[in-house]
Design a protein. Structure first.
Length: 148
């Protein structure tokens, strides 16, 4: 039997506890542009779908769900890709101008990473496609290659 093909990722959706607050934060940090709202029975938007520069056709969604947002606090569901260390450093400077706390630039498993949190404590990463060439597979928490 042939496995059906996928064609990328349609959207990612993050739970938030306060949609207006998170929407403002994601606009400032990522340049999010809302293209669709999802209102409740009273007409109040409880979710949005948006575009984000650099994500191509993949949509970015926020959905008000305080319990899920609390449950995801500290979890890192996605890493946003950048080319190289200089791009990670540029993101650190961008977050500094916004007053968003973040980690230093970290030499991660295969590239460089910057770690920061959204207003609900969801952990977000900016991670390089460029590799640093170091093998950290013997360190706890770092990835290691799986033999074929």
């Amino acid at each position: 039997m042939t496995r059906p093909a996928l064609d990328g990722i349609h959207h990612v959706k993050f739970p938030v506890s306060d949609l207006p607050r998170s929407l403002a934060w994601y606009r400032d940090v990522f340049g999010l542009t809302v293209v669709m709202e999802f209102p409740d029975e009273g007409g109040v938007p409880r979710g949005v779908a948006a575009t984000v520069p650099g994500l191509g056709e993949t949509m970015f969604a926020l959905r008000e769900n305080p319990d899920a947002a609390a449950g995801c606090k500290g979890f890192d569901p996605v890493s946003f890709a950048v080319r190289d260390r200089a791009d990670v450093e540029a993101w650190a400077a961008h977050l500094d101008t916004l007053g968003v706390p973040h980690s230093p630039v970290i030499e991660a498993s295969i590239g460089w990473i910057l770690v920061f949190h959204d207003p609900d404590g969801l952990e977000l990463h900016v991670y390089t496609w460029a590799r640093h060439g170091q093998d950290h597979g013997d360190l706890p928490g770092y990835g290691r290659a799986v033999p074929e």
